[in-house]
Design a protein around this ligand. Structure first.
Ligand code: ATP
Ligand code: BTN
Length: 259
């Protein structure tokens, strides 16, 4: 990957400015710093390697050089989008899943922030925000996609099995084209963020729908139930054994099939 290849691949998209790095700590950190300097909407930070890639709660996200997509898109949310901030992680997840589906893959969204292929994590999403007082100024949508097998961390470091696109598609995976399709998907879905049909699409893409799952909450609480779908804000809807509805909100939550 280099600046010229990127320019060519992304030339038809209405992006803001683009910053490419051969190596960086975390594209989200760079984008968060940029977000304080009045960047254009749809500005992009992308790197060939991350040395300090982050998941939620500062968990590590591995991005060895030349093996993955690691990028952060800065959005300047409109007044309407500001009412639907909790849906942004779904927007990113759907854009990733759609880009994989157009390549014949069965991609599913592991609520809240991962994309699975054959039950294995192939992509992760980290949405962060920069506020001025009570108003959100910028959103940073960080996306990591494992392209080559060598992007996948060793199994002993994983809490959930992982995979790469190479595993399903063979070695001829075009990183720049996948990047372009994910970005195009985000841009195309954005006007639908507030629609009821958006939640329906997000629900339809969910992994484990209709199945028994468990959600570990950060406080040690374990919620078990059948995964029904989503609330209007993107919270997860489960039902317990008595058929009572349970809502799991975003936060330090880890979803697993029930054991
Ligand atoms: P889950 O375990 O359900 O994926 P989580 O909350 O533990 O969720 P996240 O914060 O979503 O984890 O993602 C970070 C985790 O992802 C890390 O703790 C690590 O186990 C795993 N991980 C790190 N790098 C990669 C990668 N390139 N591909 C797949 N998984 C990764
Ligand atoms: C997760 O599954 O917890 C989210 C992982 C998000 C990783 C991406 S890679 C690009 C961007 N930069 C980061 O440091 N994190 C996100």
């Amino acid at each position: 990957m280099n600046q010229d290849e990127l320019k060519k691949a992304l030339s038809k998209l209405p992006l803001g400015d683009v910053k490419y790095f051969d190596s960086i700590g975390s594209t989200n950190n760079e984008a968060l710093a940029w977000a304080t300097k009045d960047p254009k909407d749809l500005s992009l930070v992308i790197a060939d390697e991350q040395t300090a890639g982050r998941g939620r709660l500062d968990r590590k996200w591995f991005t060895p050089r030349g093996t993955a997509l690691a990028f952060s898109l800065i959005l300047r949310p409109t007044a309407e989008e500001k009412s639907y901030l909790t849906r942004m992680v779904g927007l990113a997840a759907l854009a990733v899943a759609d880009a994989l589906r157009t390549r014949g893959l069965v991609a599913q969204v592991k609520w809240p922030n991962d994309v699975l292929l054959n039950g294995h994590k192939v992509a992760g999403i980290l949405v962060e925000s920069v506020w001025t007082g009570e108003e959100v100024d910028c959103l940073v949508i960080g996306i990591g996609v494992n392209i080559l097998k060598s992007a996948v961390p060793p199994a002993e470091l994983l809490q959930f099995p992982a995979t790469s696109l190479e595993e399903s598609l063979g070695p001829a995976v075009e990183r720049e084209e996948i990047l372009r399709d994910i970005l195009a998907g985000i841009i195309a879905l954005r006007p639908h963020l507030g629609a009821d049909s958006f939640i329906v699409s997000w629900e339809t893409a969910l992994a484990f729908r209709g199945e028994q799952v468990q959600v570990e909450e950060g406080n040690g609480n374990l919620v078990i139930g059948k995964l029904l779908g989503l609330e209007s804000d993107g919270s997860l809807r489960l039902s317990d054994e008595q058929g009572n509805s349970i809502t799991v909100r975003f936060g330090d939550v880890r979803l697993r099939p029930a054991v």
